[in-house]
Design a protein around this ligand. Sequence first.
Ligand SMILES: NC(=O)c1ccc[n+]([C@@H]2O[C@H](COP(=O)([O-])OP(=O)(O)OC[C@H]3O[C@@H](n4cnc5c(N)ncnc54)[C@H](O)[C@@H]3O)[C@@H](O)[C@H]2O)c1
Length: 275
Amino acid sequence: MLLPDKVAIINGGATGMGRSTAIKFAEEGCSSVIADINETDGKKTAEEASKKGRECIFVNCDITDLAQIKDCVDQTVKKFGTVDILVGCAGGVPKSGLVKPSQRIERPKRGIQHTDEKFWDIMMDLNLKGHVFFCKEVSPYMIKQKYGKIVLISSLGVFSPPSSAAEYHSAKAAILGLVYNLAFELAPHNINVNAVLPGPIKTPFYDPMMVNMSEKEKEARFTEMGKSVPLQRIGLPEDIANTVLFFASDMSSYISGETLIVGGGKPLPVYREMV
Ligand SMILES: NC(=O)c1ccc[n+]([C@@H]2O[C@H](COP(=O)([O-])OP(=O)(O)OC[C@H]3O[C@@H](n4cnc5c(N)ncnc54)[C@H](O)[C@@H]3O)[C@@H](O)[C@H]2O)c1
């Protein structure tokens, strides 16, 4: 096992790559807390992961609310004694059915000329600020035990945007600054801090962008997206969970401040013969 007797918090662990990470961690001997606003899927994932051998619990936690972050870390320590691993998966565009009323907003039209201050703040809170404060709350426990792993999910879109989304890409780029700073600051305490930059991965992340599509149309869109990838397929949540596992385990104990693209070969172009 790669994570024997470890304790992790996985924010955004209800669905997608966070869900896959929670299940993988349980298989590797790690107890986890899923911190998410999606209670229905979060509880399902916790149940599924727990069946793999290690206890996984759901904590209702909105990472845009700093008091809830503190409460989630407190609950984790109360339940499992400490926190060894933080995985920061929560992010994307807020899903209208899940977020609090103050965060319900029509996504502005794409393009810098349509940038909207409220949408900007919401995107920064979800994709950046919440992660800063999760790191703040877990770090004292990691420093005390002289051991910790922080893995934050950024995006390949930072370097190679598939479409214009300045708020999202700015927040995800700032995650890299956070990772470099914390890797440097926390290294003397034996805490590794790394980022994963996914390319296109088939998850509910795309739900807000595919609201009016049937399942068949969504599948067709995912297949189409796969054609832009050198490896000729869209990524799966497990592709990211495997990388997160690497960074969360001692397989990567001499790696910190690394930002790894997991994009099926992207941003390389798709191969074709030159004539
Ligand atoms: N899927 C992709 O192609 C892709 C590519 C690059 C980066 N990412 C990033 O990967 C991460 C995981 O996304 P995913 O693809 O698994 O999609 P996802 O939508 O399945 O996962 C995001 C999770 O975050 C949770 N969440 C949303 N708002 C929250 C809040 N305020 N507090 C707590 N939890 C909240 C959601 O409920 C969900 O469980 C995100 O940060 C996303 O930006 C995704």
